[in-house]
Design a protein around this ligand. Structure first.
Ligand SMILES: O=C(O)CCC(=O)C(=O)O
Ligand SMILES: [Fe+2]
Length: 303
């Protein structure tokens, strides 16, 4: 009893020192007693609140042009668990050529297959024309008002805060001269004037389903050896294609955590001219440039 009294006295002294109003504590206790929540109720309330947030802001999670900054991986909270049917039995990328769009649509376009189409960039001048200096020139010339700042920019491990800052790096670094800081970054192009210029050098991959339009925003990723995108899952609704214009890149592909005992991890190597097609919303993916030559790719989602 004495011990309890001593404890109480010390607690009250502590509360006084910290300027805590003891009446508040009393009323809080009352509140707690009245509304004491068991685990089940707490879980239901948290779920309901998250569902309300999702209903209100969920559409922003699907947009590549989010207007509010969403904490990293926040969207994964709402991902429905996979039943693993998309990845079961897939152990490698499938290299194909001369593929009919109907066959592609029926067999590969909307399931878990990871395809590498080797003959889809035959007439594209982008393979010769696109490099750091060409893209810098296009953006400086056709976007003097920097509308492109509204598009998304992924800096990965660099400190660049925008595409323009990245395109302004000094010449030696841009050329990946030894001793300069490495870089890898990516961006979406939501500037229509620039899309028109860039699309003079490539076209909609011939094997895509006939009904699929080339109207999605294009994504460009570029950078040097040993660098790439970290392991991640996208939240963009549709599957995508990506053409390797320069350099060689490895894709490390992994199933979602709930499928790791049923599905396989594998890697795919893409060379200049290859087009990789995969559902980046369903496969975790990480990229790594293998070549000395700077890797440049262009891609988009397809419906
Ligand atoms: O090409 C890269 O490095 C990353 C591409 C990517 O993450 C994507 O297309 O979803
Ligand atoms: Fe991705």
């Amino acid at each position: 009893m004495e011990e309890a009294q001593e404890k109480l006295a010390s607690l009250m002294k502590n509360a006084q020192n910290k300027k805590i109003n003891l009446k508040t504590i009393k009323s809080f206790k009352k509140f707690e007693k009245h509304f004491k929540l068991n685990f089940k109720w707490k879980f239901l309330i948290v779920t309901a609140v998250l569902a309300m947030i999702h209903a209100k802001f969920g559409h922003l999670l699907n947009s590549k042009n989010c207007s509010i900054a969403i904490p990293k991986d926040f969207d994964k909270i709402f991902r429905e668990p996979d039943d693993c049917s998309f990845c079961r039995g897939i152990r490698a990328g499938k290299r194909v050529a001369n593929i009919d769009p109907d066959e592609f649509e029926k067999l590969y376009a909307y399931n878990g297959n990871v395809m590498i189409v080797t003959d889809a960039t035959k007439n594209w001048t982008a393979l010769d024309v696109f490099d750091f200096w060409y893209l810098k020139e296009v953006y400086e010339k056709y976007d003097p008002k920097r509308k492109t700042l509204d598009c998304q920019f992924f800096r990965y491990k660099t400190n660049f805060t925008s595409l323009f800052e990245a395109l302004n790096m000094d010449k030696d670094r841009a050329d990946y001269k030894p001793g300069t800081e490495p870089w890898y970054f990516g961006w979406s192009n939501c500037n229509e004037d620039i899309a028109t210029i860039l699309r003079q050098h490539y076209s909609r991959p011939y094997f895509l389903p006939k009904t699929s339009e080339l109207n999605a925003v294009d994504w460009i990723f570029m950078g040097g050896r040993g660098y790439g995108a970290h392991m991640h899952l996208d939240n963009v609704r549709l599957p995508s294609w990506q053409a390797q214009l320069k350099g060689t890149k490895e894709w490390l592909i992994a199933p979602t955590p709930e499928c790791i005992f049923e599905c396989h991890f594998f890697s795919v190597i893409v060379n200049p001219g290859d087009v990789i097609v995969l559902d980046t919303n369903k496969w975790y993916h990480k990229t790594n440039v293998l070549s000395e030559e700077i890797s440049i790719v262009i891609g988009a989602e397809y419906d």
